[in-house]
Design a protein around this ligand. Sequence first.
Ligand SMILES: Cc1ncc(COP(=O)(O)O)c(C=O)c1O
Length: 365
Amino acid sequence: MSAPIVQPGIMDIAPYVAGESDLEGAARIIKLSSNESALGPSPDASSAFAAIAQTLHRYPDGDCAELRRAIAETFILDAAKIVCGSGSDEIISLICQAFAGPGDEVLYSEHGFLMYPISAKAVGATPVTAPETDLTTDVDALLAGVTDKTRIVFVANPNNPTGTYISASELERLRAGLRDDVLLVIDAAYAEYVSRDDYADGTALVEANDNVIMTRTFSKIYGLGGMRLGWGYMPPALADVLHRVRGPFNVSAAAQAAGAAAVRDTAFTDRVRSHNDKWLPWTRGRLIGLGLRVTDSVGNFVLVCFQGHPDHGAAAADAFLKGDGIIVRRMAGYGLPECLRITVGTEDEMRAVIDSLGRFLGKNE
Ligand SMILES: Cc1ncc(COP(=O)(O)O)c(C=O)c1O
């Protein structure tokens, strides 16, 4: 019997497992498994989405002109260098499609975002990892991992799931150490949450080089994960390449309308950031107080590790949290089996997590 022949690499893909969202029998569910926004979408975005309902028969604007204008005005960027996609996942996948293929290597750091190896394998390329130091991207290790076959280097900054970041000068050192034919992709999905002085989202590196792309998303601080909307910022020659491979109407009209309204509602974005600025350190502090190891995350989530807690490992902690209706993310798929990733939710949700883990560890008074 013959069967359709699958392209090389595709059957090596371990399908992406999304954060769980349901627990049978739980009266109340607290979902902290996908780094969604604690405060939901901007009311302006919801109104813009509702307004589209009467014109669903119309194709969307294939150029995303108003959305690109809204992004460009908000971040003071050149709209011609923006390419929009159905989530930054699509931008990542288009980049791999356009710049890598069988025999090529796609390099990323050890605990980097899982869509990099998935998108690399989907085009027959070989994903290669470089070790991290202290759960943080290591520029020297990445540079040492470059071979003649390397075509793309992905760096999530800050990284998911570790939440750690490297400084603007370290990113610049990475770019300077790469050959000109190697594309550096800076995935800044969590950039809006970062307020450290030595952090940069990657815009300046895009402006200064012919081979750097920055990717961004509407799924995190803008609370539009359900819309599927992301964008990349890149030199015009690279934008021209991605426009050739993307679908002509790859971003829905609803996503474009909601995204433009969300990015213009800077007061709402500031509120979400302030919320995170309060509850991220609070959560980290309480977890450390429980004797757990927590990375210095600058995103809207924490990575908490249970090594050294015999009988109280990550699997048991996850099961205990689930018993309290709390869904977090197991990290075995990222090579961190003893860690859990917990999204920063509302005040009540974070207090519930800390209370639950305190009872799990027998540390509540
Ligand atoms: C580092 C990183 N990049 C990209 C994405 C994909 O985001 P999107 O929803 O825009 O596809 C995520 C989502 O979790 C992420 O954590």
